[in-house]
Design a protein around this ligand. Sequence first.
Ligand code: MGD
Ligand code: MGD
Ligand code: SF4
Ligand code: MO
Length: 735
Amino acid sequence: MPKIYTWDQLFSRRQFIKGGLAAAAFGAAAGSGLLQPKPGLGDAQSTVTSTLSGTKYVYTICEQCVWRCGVIARVENGVVRKLEGNPDHPNNAGKLCPRGNAGIETLYSPSRVKFPLIRAGARGSGLWRRASWDEALTYTAGQMKKIKDKYGAKAMIFNSTDNLSQPFFETLLKAYGTPNYGTQRSLCFNSMTTGFLYTYGVAQPGTDYANCNYMIFSGRNLAEGISNIETQEMIDMVARGAKVVVLDPRFTKTAAKAEWLPIRPGTDLAFFLALINVLVNEKLYDVKFVSQYTQGFDELTKEVATYTPQWAEVQTEIPAGTIRRIAREFAASAPAAIAHPNWRTSNFLNSFQAERAIAVLNALVGNWAKPGGLIPDQSINTAKLGTLSHPSYPAAVGMRLDGVPWQFPMVPLAYGVLQVMRDNILTGKPYQAKGWLISRQNPVLSIPERQKTINAIMKLDFIGVIDIMANDTAYYADVILPESSYLERYDGLVPIGDEIFIRQPVIKPLYDTKSSLMIYKELAVKLGLGDFLPYQDEKDLLVQQLKPYTVSLEELERKGHYRVPNFKEDHSKDFAFQTSSGKIEIASGIMAQMGKKAVPTWEAPPKPGPDQFYLLTGKTAQHSQMFTQDNRWLLEIFPENKAWLHTTVARKLGVKTDDEVIIESEVGKIRIKAYVTEGIRPDSVFMVGGFGHVSKGLHFAYGRGASDSALHKSLADPISGSSALSQTFVRVSKA
Ligand SMILES: Nc1nc2c(c(=O)[nH]1)N[C@H]1C(S)=C(S)[C@@H](COP(=O)(O)OP(=O)(O)OC[C@H]3O[C@@H](n4cnc5c(=O)[nH]c(N)nc54)[C@H](O)[C@@H]3O)O[C@H]1N2
Ligand SMILES: Nc1nc2c(c(=O)[nH]1)N[C@H]1C(S)=C(S)[C@@H](COP(=O)(O)OP(=O)(O)OC[C@H]3O[C@@H](n4cnc5c(=O)[nH]c(N)nc54)[C@H](O)[C@@H]3O)O[C@H]1N2
Ligand code: SF4
Ligand SMILES: [Mo]
């Protein structure tokens, strides 16, 4: 009879300290206090001395979020002591954010899953038994085969969020033959990428901060929703005196560096339509650029005629005079002026229209491919890796459970609609899903209506999770395949511009864990699909990726990056817009074809009822997504989320900062501490997402703060599939 462990036994600190290697590492790096002062790199002399005494510096890539900054790890006698930013890396130019610095704690965390686990009690009961890798993979493959044989490959769903080895996960799911793949995109940027795709034929144009003199952000908080180098560039922009405007119902750290416009949630579209109205009426647009590169201007002129600044003032609560002034300032700075595409624009169902208006506004001032403007498709000018040849994929048979394209004909296939996929596990329509394999994603906390996600999991025959820790989704899994942390493993190589970067182990794995590259490979072998991932081990794969180049893997490991010689940028296609007309589509061909208004148009967002508030969500600089809330170093500087309430609202409720409040929506109810501030509109409540974990396997995060995903309604924009995370209205009362 195998020994059965509870989560407490598996992950208690006492248990952890008993483990030999782990104990050494824990004692050295994590210490007894919550936040051990981080060891400094030291001066040149001590560096030399310590090199003699077993110190090494290893180049690698951060994975405390999705941004992929360059890291130099200082390792002393097998213990990681310090992570520094790699000054030669274009994503961060030598700087790490708080989360990057705290990566050591991710490595040495007692919440790590240290060996494969198979569920030994009811789902979510927290009872597990240790399994060997062979047993865990055989079990996983067995379940997946059974589902495929009985119900077809389509009954198995694969999920993962952006990561370096994601292409190999995608290979596995295509080889398996399912049409069902869920990423985070519809919770994140679908309205932006779809809006820009349907205007420019480019989903994510870049932004030239270095030369830009006027930037408008709407719902983008770069100072806290960090994109490392972009955050640095934005700060540099402010420092050199360029103008930044921030539309946000909340006084963010970015707003503090800018002209802050506390816009009414959901009305950014009205603001941008009014800017377009002023540009058109006052002939402030780039006439030559518009006639040469765009189509649909006349239709736009008619549409925006009524979207005056006075009209927009009523919607947005931003004075008409301010709107008109900003339109004029923006045009005067053009083409070195950008209405930023933003990022997590999944705020309202009308966010797609807002993004289309933003895309069109940029086109009107002709900032495309100009200094200080939007930068065309950067993927063209990126070094190419060697590819692996494999058999052709089987046809993926069946309708997609996320409704693309049968319910969402305009959502690009690659983006999907994750929240609808989850809903259809529950409805069983158009067919019943039976299995879910999830890698590097935490849908229990990231998809709106948390309880629905848990119910969906309970309905399945099988759920397998690949994670480094006992996160919420893993807590409900039948099998956990533990990945080595990013400081212990290789991943696929990363080309950026003319350079190729490597993630490599800075120490050997502390536990019985594997890289996802090998987990996918070994799972593929057990499924009889080994030929699709044709590498023996990680190094073999990396050598194949480097095949087009003369550099050896050893040299890449030593230097951390490789610059492709004689790399020439290709700008010949900058103005070859991949739209149906070949032009920038102010009037979108695809919108017209689908019987919708082709130019950006006003869609009124719903408003909260009396005694209700908009519920806003977002990031804080000290945490990543649904992941770092267990990291003790980060908890030291941001211990829990609180509900932001405006002073007048708090007074009315009789609530002070740190008093508990009850927040209730149509779908859920939570209890959370209040944070009373002038920095939010009186009609809104804000919470940082990612807290309120349900997994008892998370030592430090369990029971901290509350999850707004328990309150969020599930919505999906019919055009982009975007999830509308600000379109939930709540009631607040004193607890
Ligand atoms: N530190 C840190 N950095 C991160 C991440 C992280 O988790 N932590 N995550 C990364 C990821 S995946 C993403 S997508 C980005 C997200 O980066 P951002 O999109 O910049 O950040 P968010 O905080 O998600 O949302 C920004 C703001 O939108 C505001 N908002 C809500 N509704 C509305 C509205 O209707 N109109 C307007 N104008 N504003 C509104 C919120 O108040 C919030 O301040 O950050 C990335 N960087
Ligand atoms: N309430 C609310 N909901 C949101 C948002 C919000 O602001 N508020 N933001 C939305 C946005 S913008 C996004 S992008 C999504 C993100 O939502 P998800 O993609 O679900 O969230 P992540 O936190 O990125 O999930 C990462 C998972 O990977 C695990 N992990 C971390 N490192 C590794 C590793 O090296 N290997 C493996 N295998 N696993 C690892 C973590 O433990 C965690 O379980 O959430 C969306 N949902
Ligand atoms: S932005 Fe911060 S957490 Fe993200 S990769 Fe860079 S250093 Fe790491
Ligand atoms: Mo995101």
